[in-house]
Design a protein around this ligand. Structure first.
Ligand code: OFO
Length: 169
């Protein structure tokens, strides 16, 4: 079935949010790598790559539906954070914002009876749950260590190892 024009626009906006997440996390990776916190840098590089894949999934869906693609502008993500914790808090907040946008869209497609798109969107709902949990976990750990530099190095190592493990799985 042909996608209604406003739904095409909404899906394109979601694609833009995913691309922004890719860019956002790439900038966060640079924030950590420049501070020699390589584990967190690697973590955000992995997240950035995943967000790019999420954007591609939306792009493929739009192509499959035979709709013309209209590129949207991307904002420039912030680069400086007071602390690593502030950086993770910003990531966690962004994930919650993205989740909410998927909820709103899911509600809309249900009301419209667009069941094909509804089924497509469920993958994103599940993915958002995982990503919120992940960011929330790091916010929690970084809050626990406070200003402890040794604690930060331990978490940096843990983040790097977790990213490496996921990359090799
Ligand atoms: Fe794309 O998964 Fe989060 O934003």
């Amino acid at each position: 079935m042909k996608l209604p024009t406003d739904l095409v626009q909404n899906l394109n906006e979601q694609l833009n949010r995913e691309l922004y997440a890719q860019y956002f996390y790439l900038v966060m990776a640079s924030y950590f790598l420049e501070k020699e916190l390589k584990g967190f840098g690697r973590f955000f590089l992995k997240q950035s790559k995943e967000e790019g894949e999420h954007a591609l999934r939306l792009f493929s869906y739009l192509m499959e539906k035979g709709v013309p693609f209209h590129p949207l502008p991307l904002e420039i993500p912030p680069k400086n954070y007071e602390t690593p914790l502030a950086c993770f808090q910003a990531a966690y907040e962004y994930e919650q914002k993205v989740t909410l946008s998927y909820y709103n869209l899911l509600k809309k497609v249900r009301d419209m009876g667009e069941y094909d798109t509804e089924e497509f969107l469920w993958w994103y709902i599940r993915e958002q749950r995982e990503e919120e949990n992940l960011m929330q976990g790091w916010v929690h750990k970084l809050t626990l260590i406070g200003e402890d530099a040794v604690g930060l190095l331990v978490l940096d190592k843990e983040a790097g190892e977790a990213a490496e493990k996921e990359e090799s799985d």
